[in-house]
Each structure stands twice: as structure tokens, then as C-alpha cells.
Design a protein around this ligand. Sequence first.
Ligand code: RP5
Length: 160
Amino acid sequence: MTVGIIMGSKSDWPTMEHAALMLEKFGIEYETKVVSAHRTPQLLADYASSAADRGIKIIIAGAGGAAHLPGMAAAFTSLPVLGVPVKSKTLNGVDSLLSICQMPKGVAVGTLAIGEAGAANAGLLAAQILGCQQPEIFAKVEAFRKEQTDTILANPNPAE
Ligand code: RP5
């Protein structure tokens, strides 16, 4: 598998599946797994520290609330980690966003937007990173963006 999509709970899947759907658009292989930083800490350590040896190139990690999963995953691997703040019930995901984006200097997590858009963009950004080395993925990203642009230009009337 090229991309590992992990999340803190099964309840994150309706958000995180948008990362998976985006990767599928570009034909990128991925695996999905519930890995909780606080409920299954040893699993997180094992997953992240073995990911590079297993051939994973990028980890997408989504979590909500006190969302330490992406940061802890990044602590266990030098692979790029893309963090997705899942919308929480009490603070609408602002807690998740701040938990993920405010990494102290020295361990990086690339943070996306809260919720579905962030998950989809994590998949897109993973494709763009992989596309730097793989021309066929780069071409698919270019085609995706052109189609998006053409669709808007072909129908600019908001009332139609
Ligand atoms: C986090 O707590 C998860 O990432 C999830 O977003 C949130 C709530 O988890 P559940 O109580 O739904 O399992 O760890």
C-alpha cells in the first residue's frame, strides 16, 4: 500500500472516506485502519514506526477533539503525515484543528481543513506529493484540476 489512512475512531470514517475516495480517483493504493492515540497507543506506535518499512509513503491521519493522533504518528515516523481535523460535537472541530496544526517546532504535520473538505484535500495533496516522483499520477492530478476548471467555466450562471 502507498498511503495509510488512519483515524481515531470508526465514527471518523464518514469524514475520512473522502480521503479514500480522492485517492481512488488517482488510482493510488491505500489501506484504512482505526488507530487511536489514547485507546490503542501501542498499536499507534507499531503502525507508525513500521509504516516506511511496509512501503507506505504518506500517512493521512484524522481525529477529533483532543486530536493527538497525527502528531503522535509523526513522532514515530519520518514519513509525511497529513492531519485531518474531524468535526467534533462540542466545538465543531476547532479543537481538532488547533490540536493538529499547533505542532511544536521539529516534528511536522501538514494540517488540512476541518471535516470532509480537509479529508478530500488530504487525498489530493497526497496525490500531488506522490506525483512529484510519478508522472502518471501528476498527469491525473492535472486532468482532475482541468476538469474542475472547465466545469465552472462552462456554466458560470449561478441561477442555472
Ligand atoms: C477521537 O475522538 C476520534 O478521532 C473521534 O473523532 C472522537 C470521538 O470518538 P468516538 O467517541 O466516536 O469513538 O479519538
